[in-house]
Design a binder for this molecule. Structure first.
Ligand code: FAD
Length: 310
């Protein structure tokens, strides 16, 4: 059995594994793909001390760093169930899709999240070529350009306010008849001169010239008309889905299905910790994921030295 078994090989999981392995305890990573969302990223410019890198390069560096230590990496494996220890000091079990069962004194859940997609033509084709899901990451690429934000909830309206300071113009498209963001955010949004809000707008297509996004088509749901906006960027902000379906009923999840953690990365199950985008942490970034991964591993170590194992 492992002392620390990490589920997830993104920035949070790898950081947790490196911190655990450096304590000289047996450490494993089980992950569908090492690198996680980083693999889907092109330019990364906000990993502090690394002014520029690219997703696949960072993903390879994450794996290399883990392999510097005695970390057992089990890739292309999907965890399907967590069976918590019945009594303190017992082992937790993680069941895999393959049928294998891994046992560990502590578990760090770092399964990450995925952005909800619009599912319209052009979205996949122009991903990272104008279609993006992360204003904190990609906002500066659209300085002086025209962009749209899809979604009028808190994250969409926050993104629009943020982008209005950089972009030439921002159009917010909301499917519903009203924005769902907090009033204070809506007031701020409406005070900005370079922002338009379109309600009852259903995005139907992202258009491009083969290399980059050039526009967006939407249906005005009140009239049924199709309209087009010329622009260079589309920020999709219709939800971040944590990869926690397999944990429902085992660890406490928030109403957004994020694993509820405290500042130590502790979950509702003793000996089970969590880190990164799958948790209730406020900001979802590579640096924050790495930080919370190290926190979860140190908390796991702290737990192990306090619990007597059978
Ligand atoms: P993830 O990276 O999502 O990793 C999750 C891991 O868990 C993966 O290894 C996955 O395979 C595994 N996994 C999930 N479910 C299971 C399961 N059931 N069993 C086994 N393994 C499982 N952040 C920045 O700071 N800067 C950027 O420039 C930036 N750009 C981005 C661009 C894009 C297109 C995207 C999508 C995100 C971007 N982000 C950026 C956000 C950043 O990638 C995430 O915040 C970060 O990767 C979260 O790390 P994580 O380890 O928590 O989760």
């Amino acid at each position: 059995p492992f002392d620390v078994l990490v589920v997830g090989g993104g920035p949070a999981g790898v950081s947790a594994a490196v911190y655990a392995a450096r304590k000289g305890i047996s450490t494993g990573i089980v992950a569908e793909r090492v690198g996680g969302q980083v693999l889907d990223t092109m330019a990364i410019e906000n990993l502090i001390s690394v002014p520029y890198t690219e997703g696949p390069k960072l993903a390879a560096a994450l794996e290399q760093h883990a392999l510097t230590y005695d970390v057992d990496i089990m890739e292309l494996q999907r965890a399907t169930r967590l069976v918590p220890a019945q009594t303190p000091g017992d082992l937790h079990q993680v069941e895999l899709e393959s049928g294998a069962v891994l046992r560990a004194g502590t578990v760090v859940l770092a399964a990450g999240a995925r952005w909800r997609q619009m599912g319209v033509p052009g979205e996949q084709e122009y991903r990272n070529k104008g279609v993006t899901y992360c204003p904190h990451c990609d906002g500066p690429l659209f300085k002086g350009k025209r962009v749209a934000v899809i979604g009028g909830g808190n994250s969409g309206v926050e993104a629009a306010i943020d982008l209005a300071g950089l972009a030439a113009h921002v159009t917010v498209l909301e499917f519903d008849g009203q924005l769902r963001a907090d009033d204070v955010l809506q007031r701020k949004l409406h005070s900005l001169s370079n922002v338009d809000v379109l309600l009852n707008a259903r995005t139907t297509e992202v258009a491009g010239d083969g290399a980059r996004v050039t526009g967006l088509t939407y249906e005005d749901r009140t009239s049924g008309e199709q309209r087009r906006i010329e622009l260079e960027g589309v920020f999709v902000q219709i939800g971040l889905l944590p990869n926690t379906e397999w944990l429902d009923g085992t660890v406490e999840l928030s109403d957004r299905k994020e694993i509820v953690v405290d500042e130590r990365g502790t979950t509702s199950v003793p000996g089970v910790f969590a880190a990164g985008d799958c948790t209730t942490t406020l900001y979802k970034q590579i640096v924050t994921a790495m930080g919370s991964g190290s926190t979860a591993a140190l908390s796991a170590f702290d737990h192990l030295i306090r619990v007597s194992t059978p």
